[in-house]
Design a protein around this ligand. Structure first.
Ligand code: AMP
Length: 213
């Protein structure tokens, strides 16, 4: 199955993609994680992406389309994959369709994580991410067992630079202007399902399981 998760930053797509990847054995393809890896490696691509990411802007389509194009050809993606954070605008959605067509495949389902902006600001400002394995925590709602340390791998937790409040506002603006139209793109292809992402992660996971069958 090729599944696209669409939603604003902080809507829980990443958390649900990780759960699905573990339970259904599909790889999670997160362009945000790929870009953060490039930054950590200090590559030229990472350096250029970091400037835009720190401002809450999107990196150029050619960069993320290239990353996804390469990744989807790897052998673990043969069974399918979960796209988390891509496509982020209609041009990327069109490029994805084209790319999959050349591979003789297509997107099976797109799920829209619907949630009001007020909830997102609260979620993102309290979010902490493991520097090593990208596991996510929240200072109030999902505390790690040991303060500042990842339950899964013991590495330290930090706040992403782009989860700081001024950048969050910009990311939400970019989401509404550029990513929200992707919902209509999949609706027109009759591939879209919408869920209430303001619910708890456990409840969202149940709804997602029902949607995917
Ligand atoms: P995320 O981890 O998905 O919230 O992404 C973090 C940042 O990476 C975004 O704010 C963008 O700057 C960049 N990014 C991730 N995915 C994409 C994409 N598909 N297109 C453009 N920029 C992206």
């Amino acid at each position: 199955m090729i599944l696209v998760l669409i939603g604003p930053p902080g809507s829980g797509k990443g958390t649900q993609a990780k759960i699905l990847a573990a339970t259904r054995k599909f790889p999670q393809l997160s362009t945000g994680d790929m870009l953060r890896t490039a930054i950590a490696q200090g590559s030229e691509l990472g350096l250029q992406a970091k400037k835009l990411m720190d401002q809450g802007a999107l990196v150029p389509d050619s960069v993320v389309i290239g990353l996804i194009g390469q990744r989807t050809l790897e052998s673990d993606c043969k069974v399918g994959f979960i796209l988390d954070g891509f496509p982020r605008n209609v041009s990327q959605a069109q490029a994805l369709d084209q790319m999959l067509k050349t591979q003789g495949r297509e997107v099976d389902r797109a799920v829209f994580f619907e949630i009001p902006d007020e909830d997102l600001v609260k979620r993102l400002s309290g979010r902490r991410t493991c520097v090593e394995c990208s596991a996510m925590y929240h200072v109030e709602n999902a505390k790690p067992q040991k303060d500042g340390l990842c339950d899964q791998c013991g590495s330290s937790l930090r706040q992403r630079d782009d989860d700081k409040s001024e950048v969050v506002r910009k990311r939400l603006q970019v989401y509404h202007e550029q990513t929200a139209p992707v919902v209509g793109f999949y609706e027109r292809q009759s591939k879209l399902k919408t869920l209430d992402a303001a619910e708890s992660a456990i409840q969202v996971s149940k709804v997602l399981t029902d949607i995917l069958g």
